[in-house]
Design a protein around this ligand. Structure first.
Ligand code: ADP
Ligand code: TRP
Length: 321
């Protein structure tokens, strides 16, 4: 089975990205044919500073590799290294009814938030469909917020296949209900757009500061606390096994627990958990040419698949004459 997903390099990676997406993708490379890419074209819909995007792309790639993405076991590349995706986007545009895009929540939400809509933002789901269909992906693990975009990709693929025969594999979304949404510092979904993240790779001081900002309730120290409604408990639980979680739960239920102590422990836990990865990431970033070479090799592998699909599509649509 071919599994594909992408992540935008539009900001620092956080615990939500790690537990919600990256960890799962890294595990997939052991069992399935994994395609994973850095969606830098998509990031351009929210980021216009060239230098920031270029740096963010290298950092996202280094982070993924440091966390265990293995270019020998997977196909790992940067989206814009394959211009084929742009050509397919155009070809698919002709099978994308306006109404399909006009109904997209993600687009409407961004416009409601005050983002000035442009064509890139509007066409975002078509580019995403091209990412998926170009590689004949069977399965696409995504967060709940991307569910509708997957439906758009399927609709476009079905429409195209109806016209030209079985050209595209119809992809299935994989929305893992078990991977609970990781809460942010304020209890809402952890997201860079809410400014409530705990970032994976940062200096100890900054990390500690983020952890200390986790919002907790005002229950006095001498009273028992409720772990089930506690944000700090949920974030800490991500790093604990069943027994560890139970032990923490008991501490909550016993009067005397100080949230500040739990935060300090959580800070140390996160720091230790990511320390080896941080070192590997720094080593990768110290040699960007080597990193670029890894990515170029990944792009070459991806291109072999992309070219095959695109040749078929060009032929069917009359571009080969
Ligand atoms: P952000 O909300 O910070 O902009 P993205 O939308 O770029 O994050 O998310 C990239 C990937 O990480 C997606 O697959 C998404 O589902 C996952 N993800 C992001 N935040 C969370 C979260 N709080 N909990 C679980 N998964 C998340
Ligand atoms: N839009 C996705 C997100 O923000 C990223 C993405 C781009 C993607 N292309 C994709 C995810 C193709 C899955 C498949 O999370």
């Amino acid at each position: 089975m071919r599994v594909l997903s992408g992540i935008q390099p539009s900001g620092a990676l956080h615990l939500g990205n790690f537990f919600g997406m990256m960890q799962k993708m890294i595990a997939y490379q052991e069992q399935e044919e994994l395609f994973c890419f850095i969606a830098n074209y998509h990031a351009q819909t929210s980021l216009s500073e060239g230098k920031v995007l270029a740096r963010g792309t290298l950092e996202a790639a280094a982070s993924f590799l440091a966390l265990g993405m293995d270019p020998a076991k997977s196909v790992f590349w940067v989206q814009s290294d394959l211009p084929e995706v742009q050509e397919l986007t155009w070809l698919l545009s002709n099978f994308t009814p306006m109404g399909l895009l006009e109904r997209c929540h993600s687009y409407k939400d961004k416009v409601t938030q005050g983002i000035k809509p442009n064509h890139g933002l509007f066409a975002y789901p078509v580019l995403m469909a091209a990412d998926i269909l170009l590689f004949q992906s069977d399965r696409v693990p995504v967060g709940k917020d991307q569910k509708q975009h997957l439906e758009v990709a399927r609709d476009i693929a079905i429409k195209f296949n109806n016209e030209y025969g079985e050209v595209f594999v119809i992809p299935e979304a994989e929305i893992d209900e078990d991977v609970a949404t990781v809460p942010g510092l304020d209890g809402r979904k952890m997201s860079k757009s809410y400014g409530n993240t705990i970032d994976l790779f940062q200096e100890d001081k900054a990390l500690r500061k983020q952890v200390m900002r986790i919002v907790t309730d005002p229950t006095p120290v001498e009273e028992a606390k409720n772990p089930d409604t506690c944000n700090l408990f949920q974030i800490y639980s991500l790093f604990l096994d069943g027994a560890g979680r139970e032990a923490l739960r008991q501490r909550y239920l016993t009067p005397g627990l100080r949230y500040g102590d739990v935060k300090q422990e959580l800070f140390e836990t996160i720091r230790e958990f990511f320390a080896p990865y941080r070192q590997r990431r720094e080593a990768l970033l110290e040699n960007p040419d080597h990193l670029r070479e890894i990515l170029a090799n990944g792009a070459a592998k991806a291109r072999r698949v992309a070219e095959k699909t695109l040749r078929k599509v060009r032929k069917k649509t009359g571009l080969i004459y």
